[in-house]
Design a protein around this ligand. Sequence first.
Ligand code: FE2
Length: 365
Amino acid sequence: MAEDFMPLLGWDHVELWVGNAKQAAYFYEHAIGFTCTAYAGPETGVRDRASYVLEQGDVRFVVTSALREEHEITKHHARHGDGVRDIALTVPDATEAYRQAVSRGARGVTEPHREEDEFGTVERAAIATYGDTIHTFVSRAGYAGPFLPGYVSISENGHADPGVGLLNIDHIVGNVELGRMNHWVEFYERVFGMTNILHFGDDQIQTEYSALMSKVMSDGSGKVKFPINEPAEGKRKSQIEEYVEFYGGAGAQHLALASSDIVGTVEAMKERGFRFLDTPDSYYDEAPGRVGEIAEEWPILQEHKILVDRDDDGYLLQIFTKTAQDRPTVFFEVIERHGATTFGEGNFKALFEAIEREQALRGNL
Ligand code: FE2
């Protein structure tokens, strides 16, 4: 049903609503190598909030906090902690994307509107997805400014430096409440015309203690991919349940960022103080037999605890960070693909066991 595809040009940006955007921006700059390229706040005529735009490769994050108690962002932060508010998508025509989405049953959050300044015009509109998360549609073909009207450039030459080598967003995973995965899978099918490219039942993703189910939704081009997880019954509390409990509902669990040199990226992030999940050395007894020949050296991957998986199209390297805030909620993945189009399912068990060790330390297992 090709006519049902909503035309998406790709990821526009991810906006995190946080408690202290000034300090969060410092973290993304110094721990993950982003360049702070633009700012909006009281000094630029925005009275109620401060926002910092952070860029690396084609990845663009915005961190925003409110300046007063009685504010939607402050309430969001009280409920969720630092978290992803907006997974914004670039579209050819935001008004048309909004109109289609709402006619297919999405809940509108912001009506289509135009914003302009001396750099041109941007059109935006937003719809709701899982939890308090939204998708803003952005059409920016007529805009040449630093980010959006209201923002001023704050990078020296207007460009981000290479940072730690992160290139683009690969996928963004949502955790939803027990029994709600298929609801959101159907939402992405109906509203975006996405297709389910992979699914895992609870028999496939299970450790000794915890279980989950997962389905991956993708747009026609394969550029925008949304895996959706829900908790499943296990011996102890599922890590997805832990997330939902501490996030106060459904939300974005991890943002996977692509690198073409994962070893270099991970070394640079570690040097900057970023912490990654550990993997037992026993993983590296089993992995070469499962994965077969790869270009990288196993001892170097083992030293950094980088995971490897293979599918019909190739292999991939990946590693997961510890959570980026005190609540056991949002974390990051660094991924390097060599043809593989899947998500490292062969590593799910190793990943989940690593998360469970963290969960046990928090007393939540
Ligand atoms: Fe992932």
